[in-house]
Write a protein that binds this ligand. Structure first.
Ligand code: E4P
Length: 217
């Protein structure tokens, strides 16, 4: 499973990239606002830092303007995935961008039928928002299961990019279901490394090693 970072903070992206485990980045207008930086400048910097897909989100509601925005975003770098919303206009734009071989991430997906439409429109990625789904009393992971079944039934190659990931259980369940990608904030990714038994085990080994007086180097 691929790991994307869901942020426009270049310091976090550099830290995550240094682990060698980062496969891409997703951004959205709220994350751009949080970064406090110019949209084109920050997207270009991220796309230069990370070799995998970097999502840059369009903001126009209508197909024609959205397509212009998407083409402008795609021109920033070869690894840009243009993000469009899961609306009729967004899927028209998806189809048009895919015809030009531009990667498209269809975002704000909250139902399996929406995911089916995105796959039919040729989306490179579909982004179901599991955390926000949980927030309103649904089970976000059931949505991922349904999408996996539907995509496998018809052999769609649209990648399931689990978004709005809040904690390690979302990542674990995504991997069990066979989602292709999980995008998460840097603090959620760091939690994946942690286990209290790793910490206590390490402390025990450190103590015993110090008592031997040996040194490997
Ligand atoms: C996905 O691409 C979105 O940027 C993101 O995962 C939304 O997450 P949130 O619900 O934590 O804002």
């Amino acid at each position: 499973m691929k790991f994307f970072l869901d942020t426009a903070n270049i310091d976090e992206i550099r830290e995550a990239n240094a682990t060698g485990l980062l496969d891409g980045v997703t951004t959205n207008p709220s994350l751009i606002k949080k970064s406090g930086r110019d949209f084109f400048e920050v997207i270009a910097e991220i796309a230069d830092e990370v070799k995998g897909p970097v999502s840059a989100e369009t903001t126009a509601p209508d197909h024609e303007t959205m397509l212009k925005e998407g083409l402008k975003c795609a021109a920033i770098a070869d690894n840009i995935a243009v993000k469009v919303p899961l609306t009729m206009e967004g899927l028209k734009t998806c189809k048009a961008l895919r015809a030009k071989d531009i990667m498209v991430n269809v975002t704000l997906c909250f139902s399996a039928n929406q995911a089916l439409l995105a796959a039919k429109a040729g989306a490179t990625f579909i982004s179901p928002f599991v955390g926000r789904h949980d927030d309103v009393g649904f089970n976000g992971m059931e949505l991922i299961e349904d999408i996996r079944i539907i995509y496998d039934n018809y052999g769609f190659d649209t990648e399931i990019l689990v978004a709005s990931v809040r904690h390690p259980t979302h990542v674990l369940e995504s991997a069990r279901i066979g989602a292709d990608v999980a995008t998460m904030p840097w603090d959620a990714m760091q939690k994946l490394f942690k286990h209290p038994l790793t910490d206590s085990g390490l402390a025990g080994f450190d103590k015993d090693w110090a008592a031997t007086g040996f040194s490997i180097l």
